[in-house]
Ligand binder design. Structure first.
Ligand code: SAJ
Length: 401
């Protein structure tokens, strides 16, 4: 069995490695020659604990090879990004480009799978493109959608142990894809059709976005009402059927803050809650920035001098070095623009250097600052003792009490 993975990013590369470890001959394709070169040298170009040792093993055994062009295989996997355009419309051009690249290589009996998060109807659309170019393959190849669901940082475990949802354009396609994934997935493989599988991925991330929006909305209400939101949520969660998530400074990353738009773009009238949740989570970052600006003005009035402000955290969630779509980064930028009357210290313990922000060690920034703004609940920040002599704006529950 030979499998071709189109895209060697955060999901494509780990999946290709795990497949190669399970005795599948893998060709990993990426348009970036540097990624290809590093992969062939056994060097990981992404950050993922434990994965580099696996990569070295499969490169050495010859089971995984990277290239800029595909090779004739038995199964093809589209694992490329699906960003959104300026108007929040999904951009599936990478999926289409990857599909068009493999079309000349397809032969009777092959499996073609899309793993990229995609708007409903994408798999059928790619099937149409394939059959327009290669009408002789209609009903002769197996096309399916199988979304990835892994959490960055825990990818090796989750790739093998998570359940997967698999939806073919025909039941035979679903079965063919199930047979492939059962080579390395120990979780349950759930059968459905491709539209449901596409919607399922969007639903999972939208569900989380809506639940976080509820927590963020509570944080705004509690701020006005003089109630500690962390205590409130903790108490409400003592109810056996209530499970509220945690408020923060907004929602970031390339998944939860993006995927709901794939529903709202196609079903604007029907997706009221999903759209509102996106608005609330985006607004939360804006609200946090305003709180900092107000704290600065108050400090200036009371102390007749400009304050030192520490912005604690830039990553999109705790204990990672990934700053993509991070609300903390947005808030810090906004505060630097609007509070140019203050000295601003930027802190991110998981990153050594940043091309825009000059970084300060967290303990030093905490010691020096008059106003401390906790944006991300990194473990280092939780070691800092609460200081009554500082103005502390805790947007991520460092000091829940
Ligand atoms: N967040 C909160 N409060 C919470 C939980 C999270 O504000 O209670 C924030 C985080 O700080 C972060 C954002 O939400 O800014 C997203 O973080 P996350 O940990 O919820 O999710 P991701 O983006 O790292 O990964 C998600 C996962 N999806 C779900 O949990 C439904 C993962 O399983 C998916 O594979 C991944 O998206 C993806 O690739 O789609």
């Amino acid at each position: 069995m030979k499998a071709c993975f189109m895209g060697l990013g955060y999901i494509g590369l780990p999946t290709a490695i795990i497949a190669a470890k399970h005795d599948i001959d893998v060709i990993g394709v990426d348009i970036n020659p540097q990624v290809v070169e590093m992969t062939n040298q056994g060097k990981l170009h992404i950050v993922e604990p434990g994965l580099e040792a696996y990569l070295q093993e499969v490169v050495k055994s010859g089971k995984l090879k990277a290239a800029v062009k595909p090779e004739v295989s038995d199964a093809y996997f589209m694992v490329v990004p699906t960003p959104f355009k300026g108007n929040h419309e999904p951009d599936i051009t990478y999926v289409e480009a990857a599909t068009r690249t493999v079309i000349p290589f397809l032969k009777e009996g092959d499996l073609f799978v899309i793993e990229s998060t995609s708007p409903v109807g994408t798999t059928e659309m790619m099937a149409k493109i394939i059959f327009q170019e290669r009408p002789e393959l209609e009903d002769k190849i197996f096309i399916a959608y199988c979304p990835e669901r892994v959490l960055p940082g825990n990818v090796i475990y989750e790739l093998v142990h998570n359940d997967r949802v698999i939806g073919g354009i025909r039941p035979e396609s679903t079965e063919k894809a199930i047979a492939f994934y059962s080579r390395f997935v120990q979780g349950t493989l759930h059968r459905t059709n491709c539209r449901t599988a596409e919607m399922c991925k969007l639903t999972e991330n939208s569900s989380r976005d809506v639940q976080i929006a509820f927590a963020n909305e509570l944080s705004l209400i509690c701020d006005k009402a003089g109630i500690n939101v962390w205590e409130l949520i903790n108490l409400a969660n003592k109810h056996p059927r209530v499970n509220i998530l945690q408020p923060g400074c907004g929602v970031g990353g390339h998944c939860i803050a993006v995927d709901p738009y794939f529903i709202t773009a196609d079903f604007p009238m029907e997706s009221q809650i999903i759209a509102k949740a996106r608005e609330i989570n985006n607004y939360k970052a804006f609200w946090c920035a305003e709180k900092v600006e107000n704290a600065m003005l108050k400090f200036e009035l009371e102390h007749r001098r400009k304050p030192i402000i520490a912005m604690m955290g830039l990553a999109f969630k705790p204990d990672i070095d990934d700053l993509r779509e991070a609300p903390a980064k947005y808030i810090t930028t906004k505060v630097m623009q609007s509070c140019n009357n203050a000295d601003i210290l930027v802190v991110e313990p998981n990153v050594t250097e940043h091309k825009v922000f000059k970084l300060t060690p967290y303990a030093e920034a905490y010691e020096k600052a008059d106003i401390v703004v906790f944006l991300v609940a990194h473990k280092e920040f939780k070691t800092l003792p609460y200081r009554e002599d500082k103005v502390i704006l805790d947007f991520c529950g460092i000091y829940k009490k």
